[in-house]
Design a protein around this ligand. Structure first.
Ligand SMILES: [Zn+2]
Length: 231
């Protein structure tokens, strides 16, 4: 009995050690110039503690699957938006306007930005990335989450239809869903969220929603969830 326990322990120990010892993955679409070099580390990321998502909708993180952890180099990281080329980003909805901003809304914190164009309009991925979740998710309705190699995760919800599935690689500008009003929504729109290591951040820091442009400044993200424009 003791031997068996020891063997089981040894096997699980070796499994952990070998999965951590694997070299960093070179992921497609990844450009080093987009992020600062200090935080260029790859780690196995504790996925299930990052998002409260239904298990069935999440990409299984097999041993050796790496996801970029932007805080592995310290408690803050800087996103250099000024280094993004035009092909590195895309605005999510073409002829749209913000109908409800991030932050306060009648005493309740609004975790995203509500953006509206018209029913079944194309919803586009804002950066290259990997779809980590695509499916119905309570009040969000049909929801797509994309993990980007710049450290951000973006979420697009209330979709009438999702056009991607968990595990898909997508490029900036790719249509990932159609605009809708599934879940808790009173009109057709996209509830758009930006998250960093599970914390919501204001998408206004990244995008100029009025002109549908990516900002050209640098954004500092803190591990505690704070984010601000670097002066
Ligand atoms: Zn919303």
């Amino acid at each position: 009995m003791r031997h068996r326990l020891f063997a089981a322990f040894l096997i699980s120990f070796l499994a952990v050690v070998t999965s951590w010892a694997q070299p960093p993955l070179k992921l497609p679409g990844y450009r080093q110039s987009l992020i600062n070099y200090k935080s260029l580390h790859f780690e196995l990321y504790p996925f299930m503690t990052d998002f409260s998502m239904p298990r069935h909708a999440i990409v299984p993180m097999a041993p050796g699957s790496y996801v970029y952890n932007p805080f592995s180099g310290g408690t803050r990281f800087i996103l250099h938006l000024e280094n993004f080329a035009d092909s590195d980003w895309c605005y999510l909805l073409r002829k749209s306007k913000v109908i409800s901003p991030y932050g306060g809304r009648g005493g309740r914190h609004h975790s995203g930005t509500d953006i509206k164009s018209f029913p079944n309009d194309s919803v586009r991925a804002v950066f290259d990335g990997t779809v980590v979740m695509a499916g119905p998710f309570s009040g969000y309705g049909n929801c797509v989450q994309i993990r980007h190699m710049n450290g951000l995760t973006t979420l697009y919800s209330h979709n009438s239809r999702n056009l991607v599935k968990a595990g898909d690689q997508v490029t900036a500008g790719q249509v990932v869903a159609l605009e809708g009003r599934t879940g808790r929504a009173t009109t057709d729109h996209v509830h758009f969220e930006v998250r960093v290591a599970g914390c919501h951040v204001n998408s206004n820091l990244i995008f100029d929603h009025e002109h549908h442009r990516l900002h050209k400044h640098q954004v500092v993200f803190e591990k505690n969830g704070n984010a601000h424009i670097r002066k």
